[in-house]
Design a protein around this ligand. Structure first.
Ligand code: ZN
Length: 301
């Protein structure tokens, strides 16, 4: 199984760079969660751990220690640039040469990201002596996604569809670089289609199917929520017949009878019968802390 460690830069007391009403720490967390959700929705055979899942203060050595102790295969750190400039760039450790494994992985990821960000300046593939790149034992890359203190860049960062593009580029790049297995259509389970009728809005369709506009945009690869047309076929997620009142932050028990994660991988016995906090809720599944995995709603109580 491939272990991917995603590190949303800054957090808690450290807001990172700020500008144009934005804080770097919020954007890095948002983008990181989008990358994680995208990967979990589209690929299988991997696990993702994040250095933080909320607005927490985490030191640089805590981040690399956690990834090293977990035995991550890849370390991805997400940042937003500042200091006046525009566009996208990424970093690997400056002691690595261009034929290193890490450099090759970065080449693949870089080219997929800039493909998605086609209207953005590509500042190139860079090297630096940064803690998370130097102290992580596995291949590591840090991406700097636009300049928070440049208004035109900040305007882009305020758009959900642009953040989705950033996340999608990272997702496809990681999947190619790490050779992740694409989920077959049926693995996602519970996906149904809805034909758009005249006068429909994505937010109404989302409400009707007990899902969110973001989810519909994700599973249908829609970049502009205002652009749906009558007759269009949308994937929607079928509401689960199980408990719909689950909330983020709620503590639940993973049933002893639980068999598999939503990825299809078996749940280890030691993880069963324990209590976890819910980090995210989707229609048929919840993301649990500690094990950082999606489980079916029917498998918790
Ligand atoms: Zn930063």
């Amino acid at each position: 199984m491939i272990k991917i460690f995603i590190d949303p830069g800054h957090g808690g007391d450290d807001s990172g760079a700020t500008g144009n009403g934005l804080k770097e720490k919020d954007l890095t967390l948002d983008i990181s969660k989008r990358i994680k959700n995208y990967l979990d929705d589209h690929y299988t055979g991997h696990r993702i751990k994040m250095s933080r899942t909320g607005d927490a203060t985490v030191s640089l050595s805590e981040r690399t220690n956690e990834a090293n102790n977990w035995g991550a295969d890849f370390f991805l750190s997400i940042h937003i640039n500042s200091g006046g400039g525009t566009g996208y760039e990424d970093y690997i450790y400056n002691q690595l040469d261009d034929s290193s494994e890490t450099a090759k992985l970065r080449d693949t990821i870089h080219s997929e990201i800039v493909k998605q960000l086609d209207d953005v300046m590509n500042r190139g593939k860079k090297k630096g002596n940064l803690h998370v790149l130097r102290e992580s034992k596995m291949s590591a890359m840090l991406s700097e996604n636009m300049f928070i203190d440049t208004k035109s860049d900040a305007d882009k960062l305020k758009s959900s569809s642009f953040l989705n593009k950033i996340a999608k580029g990272h997702m496809i790049g990681l999947a190619k670089a790490l050779d992740l297995k694409e989920k077959s259509q049926s693995d996602g389970g519970l996906k149904e289609t809805y034909i758009v009728k005249k006068g429909d809005s994505l937010s109404q369709i989302a409400r009707d199917h007990h899902t969110t506009v973001d989810t519909l945009m994700e599973i249908n690869n829609i970049s502009d929520p205002d652009f749906i047309k009558p007759g269009q076929e949308l994937k929607v997620t079928e509401p689960s017949s199980h408990d719909k009142s689950l909330k983020v932050g709620q503590t639940v028990t993973l049933k002893k009878s639980a068999d598999k994660f939503t990825t299809g991988e078996s749940i280890a016995d030691y993880a069963k019968g324990k209590t976890y906090e819910i980090l995210q809720v989707k229609l048929d599944r919840v993301l649990l802390d500690e094990i950082m995995s999606w489980v079916k709603k029917s498998d918790i109580q």
